[in-house]
Design a protein around this ligand. Structure first.
Ligand code: NAD
Length: 244
């Protein structure tokens, strides 16, 4: 699916002209790296009940089962490499003076691609948090034991990701809110169904940012964007960089 050159040219013009840019990404940005999204036809929630593996209640009921599911995801994530969309977003950070990346993804691929100014709204699968002492640790390796234990206090560890019904880190919300006051706001591979993440696009609109969306199909945010590039994120970024 190739996007019309005139639309790509329009997007390049907006991005090149922006002194400040924020990017909001969702699961679609990692799809071409082999990581399934949540809500597409072949998405994760097709075979798994989110209440079982993505709520604190589900975790407390059966931590072993939830950890085994996360360990299986980690084994898949471990193989994944950044695609041209992750790399293109890192390229934009090097070009635009005031840049923030707000991601809903937990896979670390933006960091792997070289993005530095990243707000991980929903946490990171490669970190654990202790339910007893609340210590957050980066994982050195994929846990062998399920559920793994805290090295410091022997409390039970959970993945450091935000589950349904849980609040986002207020500092992340504040920083992401501030990052909505920009010239341009780029939305990549998100269905716009998860709040408060989707709200940042609306906030940027209120600040009169020029909104560009990249998605394979219309999303909940399509009605508010100024420019829509319908295509696979990696391929669209290849076109954007070719036209830069
Ligand atoms: P979502 O599953 O609700 O939506 C994915 C969106 O990506 C859809 O709009 C779809 O049309 C679009 N898409 C699919 N393939 C694409 C491609 N190649 N290029 C561009 N767009 C494409 O995901 P969401 O909006 O991110 O929200 C749900 C939650 O998913 C978030 O909380 C996030 O933490 C979690 N999640 C993260 C990962 C990851 O870290 N990679 C994977 C799955 C889910």
């Amino acid at each position: 699916m190739t996007v019309a050159r005139s639309l790509v040219g329009q997007a390049v013009g907006v991005l090149k002209g922006a002194k400040s840019l924020s990017v909001l990404t969702g699961a679609g940005v990692s799809k071409e790296s082999g990581i399934p999204t949540f809500r597409d036809a072949d998405g994760i929630w097709k075979d798994m009940d989110p209440l079982k593996v993505a709520t604190l209640e589900g975790f407390m009921k059966d931590p072993k089962f939830v950890w085994e599911w996360y360990i299986a995801r980690m084994n898949k994530f471990k193989e994944a490499k950044p695609n041209p969309a992750h790399k293109g977003i890192a390229f934009l950070e090097g070009k635009i003076p005031q840049f923030t990346l707000i991601t809903q993804n937990i896979d670390n691929l933006h960091h792997d691609a070289g993005s530095r100014h990243v707000i991980e709204l929903h946490g990171n699968i490669w970190r654990t948090r202790c339910l007893k002492c609340h210590e957050v640790e980066r994982m050195e390796s994929i846990p062998q034991k399920s559920p793994p234990q805290c090295q410091k206090c022997q409390g039970m560890l959970r993945p450091d990701v935000v589950w349904f019904g849980e609040a986002l880190d207020p500092d992340h919300v504040r920083r992401a809110g501030e990052a909505c006051d920009v010239d341009a706001f780029l939305i990549v591979g998100t269905s716009g169904q998860v709040w408060p993440a989707a709200g940042f696009a609306h906030e940027a609109k209120r600040h009169r940012a020029y909104l560009v969306e990249i998605n394979t199909q219309e999303s909940e945010l399509s009605s508010i964007v100024d420019l829509s590039l319908l295509g696979r994120a990696g391929e669209v970024f290849e076109q954007i960089l070719a036209g830069w």
